[in-house]
Design a protein. Structure first.
Length: 123
């Protein structure tokens, strides 16, 4: 079958349809990514940044208490205290390593001596 007969029997209409569908899918997916990253993502990040700050109860001199925002210095002092407390547990570790030679038990399953010394030729 010559090339001219094949081209006449199979027009390129299918190719143009496949091209149009593929290009449309790519264009729509790029538009969707633009909308997600350009519009929706900043909106979600704005919602997350607006979350309430940590409040702590501060006792006043007259026996009542009031809520106050936790400052960065207080958070740093708490983090340093927790770090020192957890680090103190590792101070008294024993660093002496004892390595004993273990005698291996004989196992016929891993031994190749029987297959390597077998006389296959009847000698």
């Amino acid at each position: 079958m010559p090339v001219q007969d094949y081209a006449a029997a199979h027009p390129m209409e299918e190719g143009w349809i496949i091209l149009a569908v593929g290009m449309t899918m790519i264009f729509l997916s790029l538009c969707l990514l633009f909308v997600v990253f350009g519009k929706i993502l900043p909106w979600v990040l704005g919602l997350l940044e607006g979350k309430p700050k940590v409040k702590m109860n501060v006792e006043t001199g007259d026996g009542s208490s009031r809520q106050e925002d936790m400052s960065g210095e207080v958070a740093a002092a708490i983090a340093a205290g927790v770090y020192q407390f957890l680090d103190a547990a590792h101070d008294d570790e024993n660093t002496i390593l004892t390595i004993d030679k273990v005698k291996k038990n004989y196992s016929p399953w891993s031994s190749k001596i029987y297959t390597t010394h077998t006389n296959y030729f009847g000698k």
